[in-house]
Design a protein around this ligand. Sequence first.
Ligand code: ATP
Length: 301
Amino acid sequence: LTQLFRPLDMLGMVYRTVRQGLIDMAEMFALVDTPMEVSDAPGAPALVITRPTLRFDRVRFGYDPDREILKSLTFKVEAGERVAIVGPSGAGKSTIARLLFRFYDPTAGRILIGGKDIKTVTQQSLRAHIGIVPQDSVLFNDTIGYNIAYGREGATRSEIEAAARGAAIADFIESLPDGYETEVGERGLKLSGGEKQRVAIARTLLKNPPIILFDEATSALDTRTEQDIMRTIRAVAADRTTLTIAHRLSTVVDADRIIVLEGGQLVEQGSHAQLLAEDGLYAEMWARQASEAPAASEAAE
Ligand code: ATP
């Protein structure tokens, strides 16, 4: 009987791996119909790094040859640094994340992780180094425990619980009558936006990647939930390199560094206070956002 089931086990494993890849992609930007444009270089080795630094080196890129989106973009994120990218809609923020995850290759320039050009290593090993907390998480119609466990093959119950604690969702799960066995998704318990984000954070904690990419939700969570989530993210980010694609300025105030992008170019960078003092685009965006949404400036307190 075991003989009979072995191929099925194998199939399950392949299925899981493929699904993990798919979920990472779907998580990335809900771009399920994104054509796969890149392939591994023949004989490409796995990415092995000693320090999770990140560098864009004169990166140029356009989705269409006649419209360049990133125009010789250069920046670096040090190991353990927490960097946020802000800029007007269409500036190219999400494009940076897509290139980092290698859904596309730059038309010129290089992207380096730990000093290695990501084009030269396998995509699988590259993606294993990057955890994504997406805008809107994909949940399987399965238990909440399974949905967290998805971050890593073979995770034990205590590891799942530790990840849930790290993502500050353990108390919520334990308060449910079925605990970790609670069915979620379409046929089960509907989770709120904040709870779904916490599941995604727990999943990422379990995956334990050295680099985390937060794609902040565009649709605002309520201020309190947002502040709670930001606190959780700060704790999770403590000893990792993190890049946040920020759509609201209220969430970037305490980043180590803020990169301001406009028209595919880096126009300013610095801390919140430095950028306000510079009185440039960031200061203008901050003033506009504060006047439009008083909640945003309150949230920054
Ligand atoms: P937002 O804050 O609104 O999410 P963003 O700064 O993240 O904006 P990107 O999503 O990086 O902006 O998009 C940059 C530009 O690239 C936009 O002008 C957009 O129209 C274009 N673009 C994005 N995705 C594609 C695509 N798949 N094909 C063609 N053009 C695209």
